[in-house]
Design a protein around this ligand. Sequence first.
Ligand SMILES: Nc1ncnc2c1ncn2[C@@H]1O[C@H](COP(=O)(O)OP(=O)(O)OP(=O)(O)O)[C@@H](O)[C@H]1O
Ligand SMILES: [Mg+2]
Length: 257
Amino acid sequence: MTWVLAICNRKGGCGKTTTAVNLAAELGRRKIPTLLIDLDSQGHAGLGLGVVAHDRAKTVHALFSGETLDLDAALIASVAEHVHVLPADRAFEGANPHCDVRALDRLIRAPAIADRFRAVVLDTPPAYDPLLVNALAAADAALAPIVPHALSAEGVRQLLRIFYRIATTVKPDLDMIGVLPVMINERIRHHRAVIEEIARELGPEKLLPAIRMDIQLAESFSARVPACYYAPSSRGVQDYKVLMDHLIENLALRGDV
Ligand SMILES: Nc1ncnc2c1ncn2[C@@H]1O[C@H](COP(=O)(O)OP(=O)(O)OP(=O)(O)O)[C@@H](O)[C@H]1O
Ligand SMILES: [Mg+2]
């Protein structure tokens, strides 16, 4: 069964793409056939895996413009082993507000993806828009990266409201795995205080193992490869491995992976 994980937060610059790229690469490193779908028309997730859609090639965004999508032509092998990318259309100007909330779910559950990939990772745009709703409607599980600063707890509350609205309308069995603190420096007291506040509010089980601040995650992105290929012994790579162990352990209990 294909397991679909959405990485989402409508706030910009909070580590969504870095998390999507490095988790996809880590799944691939564990020989799990993985597809990363880049729903953000900035196209950063594709870039982070060394993939750019060819001009005029069909992208995942064709779905939201009512076009048909030939998956054989659209899926591109990434620089990471066992990871393919369905790239973004960097000229995409916004989804039709009436687009079908289940378009992405249908695409992923069709044999061209479901029979080929064991895991699908969705990188989403920093917005509450039809693409985010499609991502959550297609996902088995979602996680939200956050940078711990003064307004993070409020951002998490807003995100949970969106999440529960979608869970009660289009996806009742959607699993909010939790909040992922990123760019953490544990010596900063304020970081610890924000994380503790979120843990109190959501329950400690909803707090995922954090990703520390690591410049090599940013550098690997500029080098167009996931960090496990660029700096395999870096802190960031270690942290994403610990996170993946945690996800697999918890999801394996439920028979998902
Ligand atoms: N743990 C980390 N340590 C250091 N830098 C990081 C870390 N995680 C992400 N970054 C850097 O922070 C910036 C924002 O990260 P990223 O692009 O992943 O966020 P995003 O949520 O996808 O942004 P957007 O909302 O624009 O899509 C990038 O320059 C990235 O390289
Ligand atoms: Mg991004």
